[in-house]
Every structure is written in structure tokens, then in C-alpha cells.
Ligand binder design. Structure first.
Ligand SMILES: [Zn+2]
Length: 152
């Protein structure tokens, strides 16, 4: 597995991160322009939450629907190495559940924004997603999610 040179690996990681951050950036920039301040990718908290709002005791995760195994149209089971991928996604889902539970126990409130709320045929208008984020930030809700709308 370890056949990449350090340079190749770095390049690889960067492109993976670049792809991964897109929906996350929409949320981060949108909330920033609405005056919210947060810390990004906080490594000291379990699961390195994407956005942390200390003032609101709140965390926002922006989840890619494939990696985090969302039950939606963006989750497509790969045709090759199917078992490997399903097991991998399953491991991710278990870890997500554990992280959420631990963070809730620590008194954090958690909002999960799914990729399908921002991308693809089920997406919502960006301003609607931002508005739901704002409502959550100002609520007492412990756990919520925003996902795409199924329109057959
Ligand atoms: Zn989804």
C-alpha cells in the first residue's frame, strides 16, 4: 500500500482534501458572511468537527454522502471491490455515531449537513440551507440534520 513517495502522497492528500472541502466551504463562507465566527477542523475534538461555534455550544459537520453512508441518491455502491467499500463506509458510520454520542455527552449541540442538501438533484437553495443553520445555532436543539429533498 505504501508505494507513494512523500511528494506524491502529499499531492494526493491535497487533492482529496480539495475535493472534500467543497460543500464544507459553501457552509463556512455562507455563515461567515452572515457574521458567524467559528473554528475549522478542530482536531482537539472527536471527529475533527468541520465547524465549531463555541459561543453557541454548537458543532456543524458537513458530511459527504458516500463516505458517511447516507441513504440518498448520492450514495452509489461501487461496482468493483464492493465488499471492501461497503465495509469501509460501515466503519465510517460507526465512528460517526460514536463521535456524535461522545460530543453530545460533552454538552455540544450537533448539526449534520449532508452533501445532498447542497449538491445534485435533491439540493436546496443555498440560502435555505444557511437559514436552517442559523435557526439551529440559535436554538436549544441537541441534534439535527439538513439533507436533500427527495423529489421522485
Ligand atoms: Zn445524502
Amino acid at each position: 500500500m505504501d508505494v507513494l513517495t512523500p511528494q506524491q502522497r502529499q499531492k494526493n492528500m491535497r487533492s482529496i482534501r480539495g475535493r472534500k472541502t467543497k460543500p464544507e466551504r459553501i457552509i463556512a463562507l455562507g455563515l461567515h458572511s452572515r457574521g458567524y465566527r467559528y473554528r475549522l477542523n478542530v482536531k482537539s475534538l472527536q471527529g475533527s468537527p468541520d465547524l465549531v461555534f463555541r459561543k453557541h455550544h454548537a458543532i456543524i459537520f458537513v458530511h459527504g454522502c458516500f463516505w458517511h453512508g447516507h441513504d440518498c441518491h448520492l450514495f452509489k455502491v461501487p461496482a468493483t471491490r464492493t465488499k471492501f467499500w461497503l465495509e469501509k463506509v460501515d466503519t465510517n458510520k460507526c465512528r460517526d455515531l460514536r463521535n456524535v454520542q461522545n460530543l453530545l455527552n460533552q454538552g455540544w449541540r450537533i448539526l449534520i449537513v449532508w452533501e445532498c442538501a447542497l449538491r445534485g438533484r435533491s439540493r436546496l437553495p443555498n440560502h435555505a440551507v444557511m437559514q436552517q443553520c442559523e435557526v439551529f445555532l440559535h436554538s436549544d436543539t441537541k441534534l439535527a440534520e439538513i439533507k436533500g429533498v427527495k423529489n421522485s
